[in-house]
Structure formats: structure tokens, C-alpha cells
Design a protein around this ligand. Structure first.
Ligand SMILES: C[S@@+](CC[C@H](N)C(=O)[O-])C[C@H]1O[C@@H](n2cnc3c(N)ncnc32)[C@H](O)[C@@H]1O
Length: 386
């Protein structure tokens, strides 16, 4: 959750012009509005690193599932962020909702008072040109937590606040609108803005084939980021399923001079290897095989990084096999990983993995907690000693 003062104090909104005046001068242009990204809860820190490092952005605030930031330019690089689910132009925000019905008046007032809807809409058009014909718009309200009003009441308050802000010629649409204005409420926090991304940001266009327990692309992207491979290094996903991790690696590990990061992957199930081959077809030239990750047909010390999402205990018919599986898997990964290389895991049984990794022994580098498929899970990064 947000701590300290409200978002408004840090990034300036219609109701906090005074606070904005006291803000330290930003190195980014003041004429550009802040942006915010919705992220899978738990990945806020990694998304903030991507925004800072890849876009030269300044992160102003993070809260559960939310990163608020400024960037020097609002351009299509925002839409190429890999660890975020959606990206928006920021209109207003607060972390001081009262949970009472009076919030509805405040939502309406803040929306109406925000003076720059026109500016936000123009920035949106610059990035996502208007389709032919009359533009359509859509209002979306999301709400988490127990509030003394319904989500649809919040949406109506948003609509009242927007009265007169959207050109009268624009048509309202329930689906597939050219412009989407979102209000997202999570407990006492609310943010409102214009959505820049569309569903391809979170779902990707490469994902043609799905497998049970296939990973969310943004989580796979976070693991790839943590592995930090550079071309022409080799990255291995020994339990690749539909190939999401390999796809994310191929999408980012590219360098004009040194080409792509090389990716190797495989799975115990032939159907998974086939699905991965289809999903990766347009992204690069992965080496794929049907294999048992406990006995890899690879020479020792030949891969620079391993990224692995083994089955969760509840995906196995007998959860007791998780311990032996992890022990065999880690021993084999240690054999094929070069000294100094990193191994990144997503597991739902981090204690079992820790025991297996420490027996090698690998050095723990970083750990990120999150929920996956409704259960607690952890991404952990380990280094094989040099
Ligand atoms: C959680 S899924 C991986 C999902 C994958 N990351 C994706 O995005 O589609 C785990 C995969 O491990 C595979 N698997 C289980 N035991 C294996 C083993 N001993 N060797 C290789 N693959 C194995 C399963 O067939 C399954 O595809």
C-alpha cells in the first residue's frame, strides 16, 4: 500500500496544485503529464527498474499493482515495456479514499477539476492515431476492497465528472472503444487516467498456443530481466511449456552488433514443445527438444543463464514428489550452468527450492514474492559460484 502522503502530493493533480509547486524540480518536462502502469502485484520494483533504466523515467510512487512515473518523452517506447500489464496517462490520484459514499462526490469533483483532459486526449491521439469515423470512448471502473458504494456507482461518478470534457460528437461504447478512461480503486487508493496500451500489451501477439499453467508474459519478462543475459549468451528454460520465458528472452535479448541471446528449451511433454515452437516461430531460432530436465542432453557448463518455472506442487498428482524433483533439477542445472552464471526460478514452494539450491551450494542473489494462479509464489535468483 501507499505510505505517507497521498499520490497527489507527489505528482500533482487537479486538487493539489499547491503541492506540485513545492515539488523539487523534475528533470523531465513539466508540460508532460505523469504516467502510471498497472503491474502484476509483486512486480512493482522490477517494473520500476525497467521504467527507470529503459525509458529514463523517474518513478514517483509505487503501490500494490501500481507504479506512477514521469518520462522525458511520451512515445511508443511506453507501449514496449515488458513487465507492466497496462500503461496510462495520469489524470488524478489519491491514497486517501474514505471507503464511504462521500468518495463518489470526490471522484466526480476531482475528475471535473482536472483541467487537462483535452491535453491527455491529444497525447493519446499522437501515440494511437484516431481510427476513421467518429471516435468512440469507454469508461472503465475497477474496484478492490470493501467500500460503501458499488463499482458501478464509482463509474457513474467518473462519468458525471467527465461531463463536457469529451467532445459531444464522440460515441459512447461498451466495448472496443478508441479511447478508454479508467478509474482503478484498490482499498484507499484510486488512480484515474487515459489508457495508452491495449490488450496486446499484457497478452502479447506471439501467444498463439496455450498450455495449462502457462505463465503470464509479464512475469516471464520479469524473470528474463532478472537473469540479465546479453547476446551472444545462451539462456536455457529446461521446462519451457508453451515457451513464454523463451519468447520474452528473444523479444528483449537483441543487440545490433552481437545479434540475439541464444535460447535453448525443452519439456517432458511433446505437445508443450510443439506449442513452444509455434509461439516462438516469428521471434527467433530457438533450439527446442523433448527431454527430462533431470537428465539434460547438454554438455557441462555450456549455458550462461537458466530461467525455470517448474510445476507447482498442486499441479502434480502427488505433491510429495516436489522435493525430489527440485533436488534432481537443481543438481542437473548446476552441471550445465557455467560458473558465475545465474539461475532464476518461479516456484510455489520456495523453502523446498532453497534447500535444494543451498545443498549445491548456490548463492542467493534476490527474491521477489508474488501470487500466481491464486497461490503464494516466489521468483528467486541464484548464482553458481565462479
Ligand atoms: C508450470 S509449467 C511451465 C509453463 C511455462 N513457463 C509456460 O509459460 O508455458 C511446467 C512445465 O514443466 C514440464 N515438466 C514437468 N516435469 C518436467 C521434467 N522432469 N522435465 C522437463 N519438463 C518437465 C511440464 O510438462 C510443464 O510444461
Amino acid at each position: 500500500m501507499l505510505t505517507g502522503a497521498g499520490i497527489c502530493k507527489y505528482i500533482g493533480t487537479a486538487f493539489s496544485r499547491k503541492s506540485e509547486a513545492h515539488m523539487p524540480r523534475s528533470r523531465t518536462s513539466v508540460s508532460l503529464p505523469p504516467c502510471y502502469a498497472m503491474v502484476h502485484p509483486g512486480l512493482e520494483e522490477i517494473a520500476a527498474e525497467e521504467i527507470t533504466h529503459d525509458l529514463g523515467g523517474e518513478v514517483r510512487r509505487t503501490a500494490r499493482g501500481l507504479v506512477v512515473f514521469r518520462v522525458p518523452e511520451i512515445d511508443d517506447r511506453l507501449l514496449r515495456l515488458r513487465t507492466v500489464e497496462d500503461v496510462f496517462l495520469f489524470a488524478w490520484g489519491t491514497d486517501q479514499l474514505s471507503y464511504r459514499a462521500e468518495d463518489l462526490d470526490r471522484i466526480e469533483r476531482w475528475t471535473a477539476r482536472e483541467p487537462s483532459w483535452d491535453h491527455l486526449l491529444r497525447l493519446h491521439h499522437a501515440l494511437r492515431p484516431k481510427p476513421k469515423g467518429k471516435p468512440t470512448y469507454r469508461l472503465v471502473a475497477q474496484m478492490e476492497g470493501k467500500h460503501g458504494y458499488l463499482r458501478r456507482d464509482a463509474r457513474k461518478a467518473l462519468a458525471r465528472g467527465l461531463a463536457g470534457k469529451i467532445p459531444a460528437s464522440w460515441k459512447f461504447a461498451e466495448e472496443d472503444a478508441a479511447i478508454e478512461i479508467w478509474l482503478t480503486i484498490d482499498q484507499a487508493t484510486a488512480v484515474c487516467g487515459v489508457r495508452l496500451s491495449d490488450k496486446t500489451m499484457r497478452h502479447r501477439t506471439y501467444k498463439l498456443e496455450h498450455r495449462p499453467a502457462s505463465l503470464r508474459p509479464t512475469i516471464a519478462a520479469a524473470m528474463v530481466r532478472l537473469a540479465g543475459a546479453r547476446p551472444p549468451q545462451v539462456v536455457l528454460d529446461p521446462m519451457c511449456g508453451a515457451g513464454t520465458i523463451l519468447a520474452e528472452q528473444l523479444a528483449v535479448g537483441w543487440d545490433r552488433e552481437r545479434g540475439q541471446v541464444r535460447v535453448w528449451g525443452g519439456d517432458l511433454e511433446l505437445a508443450a514443445v510443439r506449442a513452444a515452437a509455434i509461439n516462438l516461430r516469428k521471434l527467433g531460432q530457438p533450439q527446442l527438444a523433448c527431454w527430462d530436465a533431470r537428465r539434460l542432453p547438454l554438455a557441462s557448463a555450456t549455458v550462461d543463464g537458466i530461467i525455470s518455472n517448474p510445476p507447482f506442487g498442486k499441479q502434480l498428482s502427488n505433491a510429495a514428489v516436489i522435493g525430489p524433483l527440485y533436488r534432481h533439477m537443481v543438481r542437473e542445472y548446476d552441471r550445465v550452468l557455467r560458473p558465475g552464471g545465474l539461475a532464476v526460478f518461479l516456484v510455489s514452494e520456495p523453502a523446498v527450492l532453497r534447500e535444494a539450491a543451498q545443498a549445491i551450494p548456490w548463492q542467493p542473489v534476490r527474491r521477489v514474492s508474488l501470487r500466481v494462479l491464486g497461490q503464494p509464489a516466489a521468483i528467486s535468483v541464484w548464482r553458481k559460484p565462479s
